[in-house]
Design a protein around this ligand. Structure first.
Ligand SMILES: [Ca+2]
Length: 248
């Protein structure tokens, strides 16, 4: 009997040792990963020195500070700062991250921030903002998780935006309508029809071409009967029309 009990005891001890080893193997690495990121707080933001910049970070244990701003929530926030030496267009994004991120950009100082840009989903669940930065100005970049979503593996990139892809565009749509206006209206219409461009309004300002050449107090014939103030208001409104029609 003694030998049977001894064998059972040894078997039980062996099982306990195996369980303890398994627990050690499972929990110790997770404790090691579950560190609060060094840039959890805005006061300890990671300073970005040069572009392009990319950081990969586990934000599982990042926290939300009481004064963290809102950008689709403010879960699991981490912070970066960048001060460009000259005016520059910047692209900050979380492409490649493993969770539902947000990204936002601020000027000002901690506790008194002004939001410059904020994005939740730009590509899938990842986020991107593109903004014009002023040389010498410090920008705070907050990467967070969407409301109550958990953190994960963050990939934070700050770079100059890539150039837009070249697209074949018919030359007629690029023609400046104010440049294509010729001296004679008939020639102008014929030229527009020959080019096969869009509607005539897209090629010509809606104001008589003569008006654009007038200066100072000269008044088109149709406006002469209005009072001085009325004429000025009408002229001012008419002279704004070409800019509006060409900007669309
Ligand atoms: Ca935080």
């Amino acid at each position: 009997m003694k030998s049977v009990h001894g064998a059972r005891r040894r078997s039980l001890l062996g099982s306990l040792v195996v369980l303890a080893l398994l627990a050690f193997a499972v929990f110790i690495p997770s404790f090691a990963q579950a560190a609060v990121p060094a840039n959890d707080e805005i006061g300890a933001a990671t300073a970005i020195g040069s572009l392009p910049f990319t950081d990969t970070l586990d934000t599982t244990e990042a926290t939300t500070a009481a004064d963290d701003p809102q950008c689709a929530g403010n879960g699991q926030t981490v912070w970066y700062t960048f001060t460009p030496s000259a005016d520059i267009r910047l692209d900050a994004n979380t492409f490649g991250s493993s969770y539902d991120t947000t990204i936002s950009v601020y000027t000002g100082s901690p506790g008194a921030l002004t939001q410059i840009a904020c994005n939740d989903d730009s590509a899938g669940l990842q986020s991107q903002v593109i903004f014009d930065a002023t040389g010498g100005q410090t920008y705070y970049i907050m990467a967070g998780s969407f409301f109550s979503a958990s953190g994960g593996s963050l990939t934070l990139t700050l770079r100059q935006p890539p150039p837009p892809p070249e697209v074949g565009v018919p030359t007629t749509s690029l023609r400046n309508p104010t440049v294509s206006v010729s001296r004679r209206r008939g020639q102008r219409r014929a030229a527009a029809r020959a080019r096969g461009g869009g509607p005539r309004q897209a090629l010509e300002p809606r104001v008589p071409a003569r008006l654009g050449r007038r200066r100072g107090s000269q008044v088109p014939r149709g406006l002469r009967r209005l009072g001085t103030c009325g004429r000025e208001r009408a002229l001012s409104a008419l002279q704004r029309l070409p800019a509006q029609s060409s900007s669309g």
